[in-house]
Design a protein around this ligand. Structure first.
Ligand code: DQA
Length: 149
């Protein structure tokens, strides 16, 4: 995998101050910095983005798929509502790992369903900011495994 696009959905720009008892005190800029270090040590290009707008995420998923980049996607609340994001992944063939900071299954019932999960390679959630690291590593490992096979 030459490039990995890390796409963040609504309200993730508030990380650090938003419900810190659930999401912790790490900011999105900190997450980006951690992943930038990881990317440079693995010689992978990192694209890191956040938007509060569903259509931006649709465009970015399509863009990543076209570029043959892997995607780490934290779609935030759109995870539970967005058929458009699901269709973007399915329709473009994007290789997506779904991530969440919190364990959505241990939270309110409306967070238990994900439109992303059925079209993702897999889901990593509940590990705080470590969820991003694990998803990033999973995509790198898959890229290596695909090279060998
Ligand atoms: C989240 C979980 C979602 O249910 C919520 O709407 C978010 C953040 C997470 O990372 O834990 O915005 O995706």
């Amino acid at each position: 995998m030459k490039a990995i696009h890390v796409l963040n959905g609504p309200n993730l720009n508030l990380l650090g101050t938003r419900e810190p008892e659930i999401y912790g005190r790490t900011t999105l800029a900190d997450v980006e910095q951690r992943l930038a270090q990881r990317a440079s040590s693995r010689e992978v290009e990192l694209v890191f983005r956040q938007s509060n707008h569903e259509g931006d995420l649709v465009d970015w998923i399509q863009e990543a798929a076209k570029a043959g980049a892997g995607v780490v996607l934290n779609a935030g609340a759109y995870t539970h509502t967005s058929v458009a994001l699901r269709d973007a992944i399915k329709g473009s063939g994007a290789q997506v790992v779904e991530v969440h900071l919190s364990n959505t299954h241990a939270r309110e019932r409306f967070r238990h369903h994900s439109h992303i999960a059925p079209v993702a390679i897999g889901t990593i959630q509940g590990f705080g900011v470590l969820s991003y690291d694990l998803a990033f590593d999973a995509l790198c490992a898959l890229g290596e495994a695909n090279k060998k096979s």
